[in-house]
Ligand binder design. Structure first.
Ligand SMILES: Cc1cc2nc3c(=O)[nH]c(=O)nc-3n(C[C@H](O)[C@H](O)[C@H](O)COP(=O)(O)OP(=O)(O)OC[C@H]3O[C@@H](n4cnc5c(N)ncnc54)[C@H](O)[C@@H]3O)c2cc1C
Length: 420
């Protein structure tokens, strides 16, 4: 194998995943990141107002995310997670005030649905088989079109899971994308659905250990390097990279992996087809201590707040597809969401603790059938360029698993074409 120099643009999880693979294989890797930090949409930082570290948004990964598991193992970060040994998903229905915990068994046969104490109240075992409906859908169908959206099981289980996983309202969300995601989680039985929560924060699990491993293997990370444009021959050979602060000429054997968001990729490669619609995620972080539960999170039904994640000093709330609410005012978000939390923890709804609202307007591409068809493959026919990013054709929605897989795929493209 001839070692190559691979220039990776973007230090989100897709770019880091490519850099990890290629540096471990002995290639020379340079990662260029526009921001002064790595991690992109999945990172932690110190929030001055709250006086503590927070994640840009709660992220949930499950044990069935095999690319995530590989990435963590290769970067030496597997031990940085709380790993539930038996998957539990606690819920509160804000309207009826009912609380329950879904307790899946680890085996492939889902006998937990036979036990009323382990399944959703007011549901029957045979209703769970409706999940199989997802598996045989064509690529144009939406989630709402293939489920009984009025059933308690849908309202209390499939809907919160689907909105969180696809970050798109169920009337428009792609059934195929959800099926692909469920195949690697519920399809693998409880053992593939164990939630994995970072013990400290997203950066401490997904970013810092990976950066260290890349550097230990000779890789370089250059922050504050925003790619503006590049030179490319008629044959599709990228010959130089033009950053805001540097110009780099490439050797004929060098490769480029473009791991930037889709709107940046489209600016750089104007005729590239990419997703063009996005959905926001709003997270509200409150500086308060609340009772912890063993799962580390709770699902809320019937409120504004959807998933609540707790740490010793902060409780963080996720609202997916938050464009459904035309709310821009931070205080209005904080007050509305606190109302739901006050019910969950039996606290005073009037006493809103110190908070931070983080609204990521383009958190994910819209997981609709039409947008899914606009995702390009990693290899677009150029001689020395591959694409990576959760928006490329991974067959999954915008997820950490998808981003990491895309990085592995781009690395494979480099290796395959370099040897050809
Ligand atoms: C609030 C929120 C919650 C989420 N929750 C979950 C969850 O629970 N589970 C899950 O699996 N996924 C979740 N996701 C999705 C997950 O975070 C993303 O799928 C993943 O982080 C995308 O990684 P990426 O590398 O593809 O893109 P990005 O993270 O966007 O990385 C792209 C990088 O390129 C850099 N860049 C841009 N332009 C340039 C340029 N011109 N030159 C150089 N660098 C450039 C950017 O600064 C960025 O660092 C969530 C996302 C958000 C925002």
């Amino acid at each position: 194998m001839t070692p190559r120099h691979i220039h990776i643009i973007g230090a989100g999880l897709a770019g880091l995943s490519s850099a990890l693979q290629l540096s471990l294989m002995g290639h020379k890797v340079t990662v260029y990141e526009a921001a002064p930090y790595a991690g992109g949409r999945c990172r932690s930082y110190f929030d001055k107002g709250l006086g503590c570290r927070i994640d840009n948004g709660n992220h949930l990964v499950l044990s069935g995310n095999v690319a995530v598991q590989d990435y963590l193992e290769l970067s030496g970060a597997a031990h940085t997670f709380h790993h539930q040994t038996e998957p539990t998903f606690p819920f509160l229905d804000l309207e009826s005030n009912e609380r329950w915990t879904i307790r899946m068994n680890n085996g492939l046969m889902p006998w937990w649905i036979l036990d009323p104490k382990r399944r959703v109240p007011q549901t029957r075992p045979k209703e769970y088989m409706s999940a199989l409906n997802f598996m045989f859908r064509d690529e144009d169908e939406t989630v709402a079109a293939c489920m009984d959206t009025k059933s308690p099981l849908f309202k209390r289980f499939w809907e919160p899971m689907a909105i969180a996983a696809l970050n798109t309202e169920i009337e428009n969300a792609s059934a195929c994308l959800l099926a692909n995601l469920f195949a690697q989680s519920f399809g693998g039985g409880g053992a593939a659905c164990q939630p994995m929560i970072p013990k400290q924060g997203l950066s401490e699990s997904f970013v810092t250990p990976c950066l260290e491993t890349i550097r230990q293997h000779g890789g370089e990370i250059k922050f504050g390097h925003r790619l503006r444009t590049f030179d490319v021959t008629n044959e599709g050979q990228v010959t130089s990279l033009d950053f805001t602060n540097a110009h780099i000429n490439l050797a004929p054997t060098d490769w480029v992996i473009l791991a930037v968001p889709p709107w940046v990729a489209q600016e750089l490669i104007p005729n590239l087809l990419t997703p063009t619609e996005f959905r926001g995620i709003t997270n509200v972080h409150y500086r308060i201590e609340v009772p912890q539960n063993p799962a580390g999170f709770t699902g809320l039904i019937g409120g504004v707040a959807e998933w609540i994640f707790t740490r010793p000093d902060v409780v963080s709330v996720t609202i997916s597809a938050s464009d459904r609410y035309d709310e821009e005012n931070q205080e209005a978000w904080a007050v509305a969401v606190w109302d739901d939390l006050a019910k969950l923890y039996d606290l005073d709804p009037q006493k809103v603790p110190p908070y931070r609202v983080v609204r990521e307007k383009r958190a994910t591409f819209a997981a609709t059938p039409a947008q899914n068809k606009m995702r390009p493959a990693a290899y677009i026919g150029w001689k020395n360029l591959a694409l990576a990013g959760d928006w490329t054709a991974t067959s999954l929605p915008s997820t950490i698993e998808g981003a990491i897989r895309s990085g592995v795929k781009a690395a494979q493209v480099v290796l395959r074409w370099s040897e050809a």
